[in-house]
Design a protein around this ligand. Structure first.
Ligand code: NDP
Length: 264
């Protein structure tokens, strides 16, 4: 029996154990997935070996520690500097990022999307902006504070703060990449900016899942197609499961089992 876990703090709310255990069970794979509240991220590597873990997901606030804990990094994880999935292969830790491809897959249902505006410039926006650009999207970043924007500017993205924002052409997709609305009822940016960018957008997406945030509510009031972060969560989980089980199962058969976690 192989042991898998999610490391984070907090982890009590995480759906990952349910998603992966339903998939192990449904696909008859000899694995079990638990959760581990890790206070000190620098202990991650040692915990991995002490607990004899075969694979893990890593959530807030330990994705940077996860990156540092690995012996080998997948090319994309290396490029974006963030790891959310680790697999133990013969005593060596291999790191991957499945959040960003999960997001890319989640927005694929929206057609004719070229120009994308991210509200937020944190870790999730960082990896996701790169995967989107590699897939041919034109991504601009709007953030509350200027500090986090430097890295994006260096990488050639168009960036704005609330103070200097202007829209030369409409954005096709507007995405809340912040945690605004997660535990409060705040908008990710001033309402005046939302009133500029949302009415001309083709769709709006939030990475927060399980609730209608003020941002999504505003977009729905403008009759825009919307989606929350549930599909992103599902797809990052499926891609992680492929790594955990060394690609023994295909995407659609994992999806069939894993999506049961969203119906409970
Ligand atoms: P970070 O802490 O790295 O970044 C947070 C970002 O949000 C920063 O840009 C910050 O701006 C901004 N922000 C926070 N609060 C506010 C606010 N009240 N108003 C405006 N801006 C705000 O977070 P992550 O990138 O790790 O996570 C972002 C979101 O993505 C979270 O809600 C998380 O739950 C979600 N997520 C969802 C996943 C899924 O599978 N659905 C997977 C991973 C993450 P500033 O720089 O000014 O502080």
């Amino acid at each position: 029996m192989q042991l898998f876990t999610i490391f984070g703090n907090p982890v009590s709310h995480s759906k990952s154990p349910l998603m992966h255990n339903l998939s192990f069970q449904g696909l008859n794979y000899d694995g079990v997935y638990t959760r581990y509240k890790l206070e000190d991220g620098s202990e991650l590597r040692q915990k991995f070996f002490d607990l004899k873990i075969a694979g893990a997901n890593i959530t807030v606030p330990h994705k940077q520690h996860a990156f540092d804990a690995c012996d080998e990094l997948d090319e994309f994880a290396q490029k974006v500097g963030s790891v959310n999935t680790i697999v133990n292969k013969n005593g060596k830790l291999y790191g991957y990022n499945t959040d960003a491809p999960g997001f890319l897959k989640a927005i694929s249902e929206f057609k004719n999307i070229k120009r994308v505006l991210f509200l937020g410039a944190g870790g999730t926006a960082q990896s996701t902006s790169i995967v989107l650009r590699d897939a041919g999207y034109d991504v601009s970043i709007l953030n509350r504070s200027i500090g986090r924007l430097e890295r994006y500017e260096k990488e050639g993205f168009k960036t704005f703060t609330f103070e200097n924002f202007e829209m030369s052409e409409p954005f096709d997709l507007v995405v809340n990449m912040t945690s605004a609305g997660l535990e409060d009822e705040s908008f990710p940016c001033p309402i005046e900016i939302l009133k500029t960018v949302v009415p001309t957008a083709k769709a709006c997406v939030d990475v927060i899942y399980g609730k209608v945030t003020p941002f999504l509510k505003f977009a729905q009031e403008q009759n825009k197609p919307t989606k929350d972060g549930s599909d992103m969560l599902l797809y990052q989980g499926i891609i992680a499961f492929e790594y955990f089980t060394e690609h023994k199962f295909n995407f659609s058969e994992i999806k069939e089992e894993m999506q049961k976690a969203f119906k409970i």
